[in-house]
Ligand binder design. Structure first.
Ligand code: GLU
Length: 432
């Protein structure tokens, strides 16, 4: 029999999916790994993966629970729901009921189920994370991008939100806010959050507050919007960023009582799709959400490394001519290379996609074009994830630096050398 009869089945794709490409973050990681395998010198600034190891107490909890084999309730292990609710009380002063906690196989999956379940438009600032809009497209929802400006640290202003809501005030809307922001690393003040919350409240917008980078605010001073609009906000978090456990795939949503109908519907969808989240991972996550001194120490060290590195990298880019905001949290930078527009055009580079492709070819540095985050194609912005270093070694080394002092240039060269080298290569390539 002919093994290659691949013409026999006709292509019948859901129109919402036809033309859908692999997610930019995942695709850049695959490409970087492939190029590395081919022996090229690659600087991986594409995928936003924590460089740090999972804290020891959490991996120990995972080992102790490796034998857990049963399916768990769709909403999650009761002990984990309790730990997350308690964590919410401790961190935000909000009284969450464990019954209002939903555990899922990554917050990305929960966001997809939310968009599928809630029937309304998706409203997102631009720039924002690469997957919010494609998820809405797959489901067939209308998407409204609200452009933001460098001058406002790339965050949505209450005025712009108000203006978009007045266009059709009664329309059901799901607004996603993320802070510290992926891709810029900037965050919002309490005052800014309060003003946005007032507008969301006025138009009864369902708000998803994506706070996945909250615990790695570089000064440990993350504030949540939840207390300003408790009845309309769903909190989103997980283990991927602050706990170094992206591959463990565990995300959490915390709902207000007034949105129990939505939680119930999402849980029903969950029973027909993922059934429940990995049992050993959920048992280990209980330990992570309980926090305590070991985790606090781990977080303090992570923040010191990220703050020093983020600031040093931003400074270098700025000195070379990029327009950039210094990061407040997380591990991303979002430089704008418009100052090099003419030079780049002379080399045939007109869009942020051209820029990232050619940079990778010429220097081995992988970063993501601003257009993947909803920015106009000709705007020469890019996201750099400053994570290409050995996080375990960096955490051990930072232990030796007294007090709250930040690691210096020598430390960064020794322990985060690839990131520093990548920035130098970018600068040379731009200016050269
Ligand atoms: N959130 C990370 C990023 O933006 C990686 C995970 C993902 O996109 O699924 O790079």
């Amino acid at each position: 029999m002919d093994k290659h009869r691949d013409h026999v089945l006709n292509v019948h794709l859901n129109p919402n999916v036809s033309g859908l490409k692999p997610s930019a973050t995942v695709a850049t990681n695959d490409l970087s790994n492939e190029l590395k395998r081919q022996g090229r010198d690659i600087f991986k600034m594409g995928l936003g993966q924590s460089p740090f190891p999972v804290p020891k107490c959490v991996t120990e909890a995972l080992c102790e629970n490796a034998y857990q084999k049963d399916y768990l309730p769709v909403k999650g292990l009761r002990e984990l729901q309790e730990a997350v609710a308690e964590h919410h009380r401790r961190n935000f002063g909000i009284d969450a009921d464990p019954d209002d906690v939903l555990i899922g196989p990554g917050s990305k999956e929960l966001m997809f189920v939310l968009q599928l379940t809630y029937f309304g438009d998706l409203v997102i600032p631009s720039p924002s994370w690469v997957s919010y809009a494609p998820q809405a497209k797959i489901i067939g929802r209308h998407i409204q991008f609200l452009p933001t400006q460098f001058e406002n640290d790339w965050h949505l202003t209450p005025e712009d939100l108000e203006e978009s809501c007045t266009m059709d005030p009664g329309r059901p809307r799901l607004l996603i806010l993320n802070y510290p922001l992926n891709p810029t690393g900037t965050t919002m003040s309490k005052e800014h959050l309060k003003e946005l919350a007032e507008v969301a409240d006025k138009y009864r917008v369902v708000l998803l507050s994506d706070e996945i980078y909250g615990k790695i605010h570089h000064d440990g001073e993350h504030h949540s919007i939840v207390p300003f609009y408790p009845e309309g906000t769903i909190f989103s978090g997980g283990l991927s960023k602050w706990c170094g456990a992206g591959g463990w795939r565990l995300g959490v949503f915390v709902f207000p009582r007034s949105l129990r109908w939505l939680l119930k519907a999402m849980a029903a969808v969950g029973t027909e799709t993922f059934t429940s989240t990995s049992a050993p991972i959920q048992y280990a996550a209980v330990r992570a959400f309980q926090e305590g001194p070991e985790i606090e120490d781990y977080l303090k060290k992570s923040r010191r490394v990220l703050k020093a590195l983020g600031n040093a990298a931003a400074r270098k880019l700025e000195e070379a001519g990029a327009r950039i905001r210094y990061p407040h949290g997380g591990f991303y930078l979002f430089p704008d290379f418009s100052a090099f527009k003419e030079k780049l055009q002379a080399r045939g580079i007109k869009t942020s996609v051209d820029m990232s492709r050619r940079l990778l070819e010429d220097t081995g540095v992988a970063f993501l074009p601003g257009s993947d985050f909803g920015r106009p194609p000709e705007e020469l912005t890019a996201r750099l994830a400053y994570v290409d270093f050995n996080g375990r070694a960096a955490l051990e080394a930072v232990e030796g630096i007294p007090g709250d002092q930040l690691p210096d240039e020598n430390f960064l060269k020794t322990h985060c050398g690839n990131v520093i080298e990548a920035i130098d290569r970018i600068n040379e390539w731009m200016t050269g």
